[in-house]
Ligand binder design. Structure first.
Ligand SMILES: Nc1ncnc2c1ncn2[C@@H]1O[C@H](COP(=O)(O)OP(=O)(O)OP(=O)(O)O)[C@@H](O)[C@H]1O
Length: 616
């Protein structure tokens, strides 16, 4: 049995098999043709009605659907609730309008410039803010929006200030201004399709899985080698650029720009709310939320007008309260599975994917027995407590090192340092990289990329994802394509006895299954050094025996294993070498049978009195 593969040729060949991915084949899938029909209604209905008001309503739906879809890339997929997203919308609008007014540049060019500027600004906001936790990011986006709004009022010589800026009225496609309103609908619809296509592509890509992992559990995501700030910045830049594109169009549509409208906090909250109502983190949710709420509000505004001023706000508020109270997963989260089942009954539906399991071909290269990790004089303090007190240890390629010690001895704290989750107060950790050089990585994802795979003592599943998707997130560390990651994940799932539950939501697994999933996700990262933290806890006797066999098999592929374990029988039979930690210090090290006889070790577990009483 081997765990590492360098070649996925077989799986690639298989995935190109019939029934797969040709355009025609996709179009005959009811999920695809139903989505296309539903989407095309956004143009067909207003065009057929011939009413200017209807066209306006559908332009608004497309604009807000696009804005909300773009917002969802950051707010839904990455879970970063930007509440000042209209800053990018306004930047898009003003950039294009100013380039048109002062330099006569077409808004199509201004649109691209606005998107680039918005992406840059988003990186400027995201870079410092993503390093902080909690609601800080949301508050920072609101603060930034307010600052930009006030600046745009202040620099009235450029922006027209609060009096606003009128777009020069040059009619025609190059100027994005039309007499026939339907042309606006075509552009708005095009932008909506673009945002949906980008959102769909991200959702089904390595980036999308990484964002979901970060949203669900950032520590497990880091252990899988994901640069959590890096992927959030990608999401923010893409989301900001798309928002700015829509902002340019909307400014041209309105032909008038003022800070209060373009940098509006209320609009920013509306955009987020549509996604929340439709289903956060889903492709279709933001558009569905928009389709539900915008017509209600627009019709209320149109029909009741001044006699019920502010009614659309009441409509938004009511719908939001009802939906969040009754449908916490939004429309898609609640009704999506049911609707999909219905759609799958249509002609061409109910397709299942062929499972392509990656072959395992490559065994880790390197000289057995060579030192692959050196930790020297590690010290870690938590306030007055020294949890790791001058711990030094080395790991040799292909060995199994058991780490034992009483509860609270400091074993997990050592692991956290060896995997980059804690930075030691003193001491160094060096890892032999695949390039044959020694490295001192500084973040958990850098440790993971160098081949350190760790499990967590308290399991860290991505609860809302399936078992297979959880494992895929590990596999993405070495495989860029979704199909390759899936093929690797299927192999690892099989190896770990999880193939029967691969489509089950990970959060529903019992503890034994979760422990196996923890190992599976780590194995999928194809580590060269595997840190196992009490993976046998909660396992039945037979599962423990299987786990022991599995760890041996993993080692036989050349992987170095370091395991913390309280199951003495298992760890003693498994380990080539044992390190005993007590009160943060290494108190013994050596062959298992020799270590267990050492007086200091017996004392650490059973106390000095017991040792004296037994005359040991
Ligand atoms: N983040 C933290 N902040 C403060 N104290 C901590 C932190 N993490 C661990 N400790 C303390 O450090 C000491 C060592 O904890 P650690 O979890 O490393 O022990 P352990 O040997 O893994 O224990 P167990 O076998 O029970 O898991 C304990 O006293 C613990 O309370």
């Amino acid at each position: 049995m081997s765990l590492h593969d360098s070649s996925l040729k077989d799986s690639r060949a298989a995935k190109a098999a019939p029934g797969g991915l040709s355009v025609l084949s996709r179009l005959t899938d009811p999920r695809v043709y139903c989505a296309l029909i539903a989407l095309s209604l956004l143009v067909i209905i207003p065009a057929w009605s011939g009413s200017t008001f209807m066209v306006h309503v559908f332009v608004t739906i497309c604009v807000f659907g696009a804005l909300s879809t773009a917002w969802n890339i950051l707010g839904g997929y990455a879970g970063q609730l930007s509440l000042g997203h209209t800053v990018f919308y306004g930047l898009g609008g003003y950039t294009a309008a100013l380039l048109l007014t002062h330099f006569g540049l077409s808004p199509w060019i201004g649109m691209i410039a606005g998107a680039a500027l918005a992406a840059l600004v988003s990186l400027g906001i995201g870079y410092p803010c993503f390093r902080l936790r909690g609601p800080f990011f949301s508050l920072a986006t609101i603060a930034f929006l307010e600052v930009v709004r006030l600046l745009s009022i202040h620099f009235n010589g450029v922006t027209g200030g609060s009096a606003g800026l009128v777009v020069p009225l040059q009619i025609g496609w190059p100027w994005m201004i039309f007499r026939e309103k339907i042309n606006y609908l075509y552009i708005a619809f095009g932008l909506l399709v673009l945002c949906l296509a980008v959102s769909y592509a991200i959702r089904h890509s390595r980036l999308g899985y990484a964002l979901t992992a970060v949203r669900e559990r950032d520590s497990a995501a880091q252990a899988a080698g994901i640069d959590i700030n890096g992927v959030k910045l990608w999401a923010m830049a893409i989301s900001a650029a798309l928002t700015a594109l829509v902002g340019t169009f909307h400014a041209m549509y309105m032909t008038f720009l003022e800070p209060a409208t373009l940098f509006s906090l209320a609009t920013a909250i509306e955009i987020a709310m549509f996604a929340l109502i439709g289903g956060l983190g889903t492709v279709a949710g933001p558009l569905l939320g928009t389709v539900l709420v915008v017509p209600l509000a627009e019709l209320a505004r149109g029909w009741l007008g001044a006699s019920a001023n502010g009614l659309h706000g009441f409509v938004y508020g009511s719908v939001l309260v009802i939906i969040t109270l009754t449908l916490p997963g939004g429309l898609v989260g609640t009704f999506g599975p049911f609707v999909v089942r219905l759609i799958d009954r249509l002609p061409g539906g109910g397709r299942t994917r062929a499972d392509v399991v990656a072959p395992a071909t490559k065994i880790i290269t390197g000289t057995p027995g060579e030192v692959v990790l050196k930790a020297q004089n590690l010290v870690k303090r938590f306030g007055g407590l020294t949890a790791t007190d001058n711990v030094s240890l080395t790991l040799k390629r292909g060995e199994i090192l058991g780490v034992i010690g009483p509860n609270g001895a400091g074993k997990t704290t050592v692991f956290a340092q060896l995997s980059g989750f804690l930075t030691p107060n003193a001491g160094t950790i060096e890892i032999l990289g695949p390039d044959g050089k020694w490295h001192q990585p500084s973040s958990p994802d850098a440790f993971a990329r160098l081949g350190i795979g760790r499990t967590f003592q308290i399991v860290q599943p991505f609860g809302k994802l399936s078992v297979l998707e959880n494992i895929m997130i590990g596999a993405f560390l070495r495989h860029r394509s979704v199909d390759d990651a899936r093929a690797v994940a299927l192999r690892v799932a099989k190896l770990m006895g999880l193939d029967d539950v691969k489509d089950v939501e990970a959060g529903t697994l019992p503890i034994g299954g979760l422990k196996r999933l923890e190992v599976a996700r780590t194995l999928a990262t194809e580590p060269t050094i595997l840190l196992l933290d009490e993976v046998m806890a909660g396992q039945s006797q037979s599962d423990t025996l299987k786990m022991v066999e599995l760890i041996r098999a993993i080692r036989d592929t050349g992987v170095t294993v370091i395991a913390i374990e309280h199951n003495m029988q298992a760890i003693m039979s498994l380990s080539d070498r044992i390190v005993v930690i007590d009160s943060g210090k290494v108190i013994a090290e050596g062959k298992p049978d020799a270590v267990v006889r050492e007086r200091r070790v017996i004392e650490a577990y059973l106390g000095e009195d017991f040792v004296d009483a037994q005359g040991l």
